[in-house]
Design a protein. Structure first.
Length: 268
């Protein structure tokens, strides 16, 4: 048998195995990937179920758009108001709470704007008054949406400072923190990504502990009634697992330097 025929035979024998390989596509926020959480969770889930998870990590706004188009099976994101709106509009079904952490404001150790404390609105006002450099994701992500809500609560339109002290990166949390580090600027970040971020430079946490910085994550299935190709059974297997006792314990068990990054709250 020639080499070409041997290769063809191998491919033919392997084809059924590839055809039977189960996978789902999860559209998720960058924080679940860049924090390392998915690298911790998904091997556990895949070993238990045999279902592979292919993650498309984007800002929450983009992840929700991917789900709306039917280009994913599940969305795992953190903009509760937007999620509930899309469920009401019929784009997603069976939304569940999964976990939470919090947002923080990081900034230069010298804290030139005197923003330090546990009042995020006061901190943002001082940053704006000082026209201190601020790096925003500017990418319609869940973090960006939270940032804009906080500016609104502070009575400030940061776009008036765009191009001077207020800089939009149009990118994910990791690249935005890199920009903030390079500029020695302030930035709103999720704690999970910050804890896993190495290029901190002169940055440290300056504002934390305000209840307005609470950051809830949710998971939901793309509506198979709108997109019949959605892998409903396997998608629900993932949703059921990540909100089960085993999945919740796996989330709680993910730590960096002994510090827990996410706190499960599906049972609540």
């Amino acid at each position: 048998m020639g080499l070409t025929w041997r290769i063809l035979l191998i491919l033919l024998l392997a084809a059924p195995a590839y055809a039977q390989q189960k996978f789902i596509t999860v559209a998720s926020t960058t924080s679940t990937e860049q924090s390392g959480l998915f690298n911790h969770l998904l091997p556990i889930f895949e070993k238990k179920t045999g279902i592979q998870v292919r993650v498309v990590a984007q800002g929450t706004g983009q992840a929700l758009s991917i789900g709306k188009r039917g280009d994913a099976d599940v969305a795992f994101v953190h903009d509760k108001a937007a999620e509930e709106k899309l469920v009401a509009e019929g784009f997603f079904v069976d939304r569940r709470e999964v976990m939470y952490n919090d947002f923080i404001i990081v900034g230069p150790k010298t804290d030139t704007a005197r923003a330090r404390g546990n009042d995020v609105v006061s901190g943002l006002k001082r940053i704006a008054e000082a026209r201190a450099p601020f790096a925003s994701r500017g990418d319609k992500s869940g973090t960006h949406a939270a940032e804009l809500r906080l500016w609104q609560q502070a009575g400030i339109d940061p776009m008036q400072g765009k191009g001077s002290w207020y800089r939009e990166t149009g990118s994910g949390m990791g690249p935005t923190l890199n920009t903030a580090s390079g500029m020695n600027a302030y930035a709103l970040a999720d704690r999970g990504t910050w804890l896993s971020f190495k290029n901190r430079g002169e940055l440290e946490i300056v504002v934390e502990g305000d209840q307005r910085l609470f950051n809830q994550y949710g998971v939901m299935l793309v509506n198979p009634a709108k997109h019949p190709h959605v892998k409903k059974a396997d998608g629900m297997t993932f949703i059921d697992w990540v909100t089960s006792r085993e999945g919740q314990n796996a989330i709680a068990g993910y730590k960096i330097g002994g510090e827990q990054l996410f706190f499960p709250n599906a049972a609540k």
